[in-house]
Write a protein that binds this ligand. Structure first.
Ligand code: GTP
Ligand code: MG
Length: 367
């Protein structure tokens, strides 16, 4: 019997998943031309991953967001070799990627205690440099928080993603019958009877044109990218954002979601995906569900009515399609068992792949 759990992370307040900071290594110290002395190197700037720290707290503790290491000592008669400048250690949350303004990845900090050198101090003046020191490296970097979840909920607004998270975990997300209720990602943990836990990320709803930054969902697709599995949640009765936008059936929302994921990053289409068809407690839901299943079985018969630009290059092949009601809990136990099964299968596949690679490497080394 599956029992469901406690919340892992909630109440982000004004959630922050990206912080830009300025880092500067210390300048080197002057050399001593007359005595041939070398100046000390400037201090370095290190990021050090900490538990229980958020980007928001980091910003409030360092409103200027500038982190400077100390300069190296000049060479003096009493100390010909100048001392190294003081390093600057910046405490940062774990689970971040560190990226330059130009988008270059400097590294990742995934566990508390991990360190990353982000700005080297300048060299001290020496005979080679005519005793003139160099400046430390200086630039702005982005600390990009990764929500690390096993499963990412993908769906149009109002499909019932937050209701589902509430029903399968102890998370208490906001739920309402208007679009874009969820404005920040939220995590919940599902716990199984063998104490295995999986984390599920509820993300703001996606809409048509999300890749053009319509709605808020696109900003959070980077989190979807990092999940191991996608769970599409669709309203069996379809979706309409407003009277000015077209009504979309459940089948159409699936096609449009697939297209939005593809436009963001094609690889997302290859992630293992499940489909939860929600609101099955409402009258006529079964009729709509049967229709949807027929459309999914023969997509080519139905897809031609879409404008070409909206048709994805390939359709998602769902591992399972499960009718549910997030409201009454119908089908949700089966759903969480399926989530677990697919995650376990993927983990197994990865282990087999790793073993194959190791064997292959061994064969090569024996040749
Ligand atoms: N009848 C019924 N209503 C549901 C079900 N699931 C969700 N709802 C209702 O649908 C509305 C939207 O639910 P949410 O959980 O906020 O939907 P969401 O997908 O998180 O929406 P956004 O955060 O806006 O993207 C709410 O009024 C829910 O009570 C269901 O299984 N059955
Ligand atoms: Mg929501």
């Amino acid at each position: 019997m599956v029992w469901v759990s406690r919340i892992l992370l909630r109440k982000y307040g004004r959630f922050m998943d990206d912080l830009r900071i300025y880092v500067k290594g210390g300048s080197g110290g002057m050399g001593h031309p007359r005595l041939g002395g070398e100046g000390g190197c400037g201090g370095d700037v290190w990021l050090v991953a900490q538990e229980k720290l958020t980007l928001k707290r980091m910003k409030s503790q360092n409103p200027e967001k500038r982190f400077l290491a100390g300069p190296g000592d000049n060479s003096k008669i009493v100390a010909l070799k100048g001392a190294k400048g003081k390093d600057c250690e910046v405490n940062v949350p774990f689970g971040i990627s560190v990226v330059t303004d130009g988008g270059k990845l400097l590294g990742e900090l995934n566990k508390p205690g991990e360190r990353l050198l982000v700005a080297r101090g300048g060299a001290g003046g020496s005979p080679v440099t005519n005793f003139l020191p160099s400046r430390g490296q200086a630039y702005s970097i982005h600390l990009d928080l990764k929500l690390i979840a096993d499963v990412g909920l993908v769906g149009f607004p109002n499909a019932g993603k937050s209701s589902l998270l509430k029903s399968i975990s102890h998370a208490t997300p906001q739920i309402a019958d208007y679009a874009f209720t969820t404005i920040n990602p939220e995590l919940g943990t599902v716990m199984y009877s063998d104490h295995k836990q999986i984390t599920v990320a509820d993300l703001p709803g996606l809409i048509e044109g999300a890749h053009e930054n319509k709605g808020r969902g696109h900003k959070f697709l980077k989190h979807v990218e990092r999940t191991k599995q996608l769970l599409f949640v669709v309203d069996v009765f379809g979706f309409q954002l407003s009277c000015k936008t077209p009504f979309r059936t459940a089948f159409e929302t699936i096609i449009l979601l697939t297209k939005e994921l593809e436009l963001y990053k094609e690889e997302l289409r290859d992630k293992p995906a499940l489909l939860a068809v929600n609101k099955m407690d409402l009258p006529n839901a079964q009729r709509n569900f049967n229709e949807l299943m027929e459309q999914l079985q023969n997509p080519q018969d139905h897809i031609h009515s879409f404008p070409k630009a909206m048709i994805p290059a390939d359709l998602v092949r769902f591992k399972e399609i499960i009718p549910i009601s997030a409201l009454t809990g119908e089908g949700t136990e089966e759903l969480i068992l399926c989530l677990r099964k697919v995650l376990d299968e993927e983990a197994e596949k990865n282990i087999e792949q790793y073993q194959r690679e190791q064997l292959h490497a061994l064969h090569l080394s024996e040749i």
